[in-house]
Design a protein around this ligand. Structure first.
Ligand SMILES: Cc1ncc(COP(=O)(O)O)c(C=O)c1O
Length: 377
């Protein structure tokens, strides 16, 4: 068959026909352990009954109505998400992708402050739209693609408190991933994030946590904000939120919610009833199946048992784990796939990134540790 797909993605040498639990199955019946979860999306694994039932039921009941038409399922999804966060958020705006959630968060920050500059962390990654990509480390001059950024952008180091002095009364917003994903499953940590919160308070700057990758339970806590004990003004989240149904959310504190005016933000597909039904189903599953506990326990088990073979250390949190390798991570990734294990790489050439479904068990981790121990380069 002729391939009409735009050739913008490097392709794994793997064709997936079906999937169940944490296993991908090729047309020939080869079973591959999925420790990458489709870029951190497949939180509940594949074939989760509650998720399928929620999606099917909503599709049969009413598949779509816009935000102009009130729906109980939408109200419920927003309330569930705020409750799940265990943080004092006041308002939720649902959209469709991580980048879109970030664009809307930025819009709110500009509206609230009247300022024109945004600060992001080095090695951070926020998406491919004009605003989100402007804040993604390494985009400028490489893949940014737009003639100029829509606002002033500065980057500060992710690990030096002195860099926080770069945040001033001119800074509308700082955007940060509490645990960086593309940047190498790197935990920015409580000390840095608490100091960041303090500096934003001193300068009247809006603090946005981009939890598109690290949120929704991936660290073993609802959000990185919970893990590190820092309340941002906004959280953006996506990926695991829909477990594969495209959706994202912007959670807003009372201060931000007060600044939201009629028609200020908008979307056609965002908060569609099918998205809202799966968001409820994802939260149900995380809570009812004790998946946060599982992520914490099995995440610890990964760190205890997988520092073998080419792996010499680890970073990150929960199921956003970076295994530090003493050979290029790409080589380890390739060798593991030959052993029927799918993993990810990252912006750090010596970090192999694991983003498994939250239902991963210790026995699955044993498959990885045995394969790693058997590798030699
Ligand atoms: C931290 C972070 N922010 C934003 C995005 C962009 O999300 P999306 O691809 O859904 O637009 C990603 C995607 O990888 C991400 O990891």
């Amino acid at each position: 068959m002729h391939d009409y797909l735009a050739p913008v993605f490097a392709q794994y040498p793997l064709n997936v026909a079906r999937a169940e639990g944490v296993w991908l199955i090729t047309p020939e019946g080869r079973r591959v352990l999925d420790l990458y979860g489709g870029h951190a999306v497949a939180a509940l694994g594949y074939g989760h009954k509650g998720w399928i039932q929620a999606l099917t039921h909503q599709a049969q009941t009413v598949s779509f109505q816009s935000n102009a038409v009130p729906m109980d399922v939408r109200l419920r999804a927003a309330a569930r998400l705020v409750k799940f966060s265990q943080l004092p958020f006041e308002s939720v705006f649902f959209v469709n992708s991580g980048a879109e959630a970030n664009e809307n968060a930025l819009k709110m920050a500009f509206t609230m402050t009247g300022r024109e500059e945004v600060i992001a962390l080095e090695q951070g990654w926020h998406g491919r739209t004009a605003g989100a990509a402007a804040l993604s480390w390494g985009a400028a001059g490489k893949w940014y693609g737009f003639p100029r950024t829509p606002f002033d952008v500065k980057f500060i180091p992710r690990d030096q408190l002195a860099g926080l002095a770069g945040i001033t009364e001119k800074t509308a917003a700082v955007i940060a991933e509490p645990v960086q994903g593309v940047g190498g499953a790197y935990d920015v940590g409580a000390q840095f994030l608490q100091a960041l919160r303090k500096r934003c308070d001193e300068t009247g700057t809006v603090l946005i946590f981009d939890e598109v990758q690290c949120g929704m339970g991936r660290t073993g806590y609802p959000f990185g904000a919970n893990l590190y004990g820092v309340m941002p003004d906004m959280i953006t989240t996506a990926k695991a939120l829909g477990n594969g149904f495209p959706c994202s959310a912007l959670l807003m504190s009372a201060k931000v919610a007060k600044a939201v005016k009629l028609d200020a933000l908008g979307t056609t597909f965002g908060a569609g009833p099918m998205a809202c039904a799966v968001i409820e189903a994802v939260i149900d599953a995380i809570e009812n199946e004790q998946l946060l506990e599982n992520v914490r326990r099995v995440g610890d088990y990964i760190r205890q048992t997988c520092i073998v073979g080419p792996v010499v250390g680890h970073q990150g949190a929960g199921f956003l784990t970076g295994l530090k390798t003493n050979v290029p991570a790409k080589l380890v990734q390739k060798a593991l796939l030959e052993h029927d294990i799918l993993t990810g790489t990252s912006g750090d050439p010596n970090v192999l990134r694991l983003l498994p479904p939250f239902v991963l068990k210790e026995s699955d981790v044993d498959v990885l540790s045995r394969a790693l121990a058997a590798l030699s380069f």
